[in-house]
Design a protein around this ligand. Structure first.
Ligand code: ZN
Length: 179
């Protein structure tokens, strides 16, 4: 294995990365990954190579493009695009059939929408989310509609003076995202 990309600095994504680093893989991450890796003492490899916005890796003659769009699900989120295979690694952000992480542990709403819009500008057939089912273009579009509707509904309820408890109880998921 030549490269390991820390798609974002969450424990479930990158813990144990030192196993690959010890086996001489080059660990790549967005430079914003250092803060959570050291701040949260994540048991993983410290990146060997970092990107701020873009980096290109070549594997077997094919380009692999790493790109930071925005924060979305993590400040250190990196999209991994394989143009030759029309495939994209959209780790955790492009989740399908469910509201992604309803605890909103690490959540940047407007950046999330911006990232989904960036994905829509790429002609990719395969969208891998990292640890779930592959996402279709239609599901990515559905998620964007759901997130924007949800934001509008919650803002309306907040402006009507509803408490957090009321908001939580009166917000419903649509069929497409409630599994
Ligand atoms: Zn994550």
């Amino acid at each position: 294995m030549r490269y390991v990309v820390h798609a974002h600095a969450h424990a479930d994504q990158i813990n144990g990365g030192e196993v690959f680093q010890n086996d001489r893989a080059l660990i790549v991450a967005n430079d914003r990954a250092f803060e959570p890796i050291f701040g949260e003492l994540l048991p993983t490899a410290v990146p060997d190579s970092v990107l701020d916005r873009d980096m290109k890796i070549t594997l077997g003659g094919a380009d692999v493009l790493l790109h930071r769009v925005s924060s979305s699900h993590s400040n250190s989120m990196t999209m991994v695009l394989y143009p030759k295979y029309e495939a994209l690694q959209c780790s955790d952000v492009c989740r399908n059939m469910t509201l992604p992480y309803n605890d909103f542990l690490d959540f940047y709403y407007f950046d999330w929408i911006k990232t989904l819009d960036w994905v829509a500008t790429h002609d990719v057939d395969i969208i891998d989310v990292g640890q779930y089912e592959l996402t279709t273009r239609k599901e990515r579009a559905t998620l964007r509609v759901y997130l924007t509707d949800l934001n509008r509904k919650i803002l309306d309820m907040v402006r009507q003076g509803q408490s957090w408890d009321q908001l939580y109880r009166s917000t419903q998921s649509t069929d497409e995202v409630k599994s």
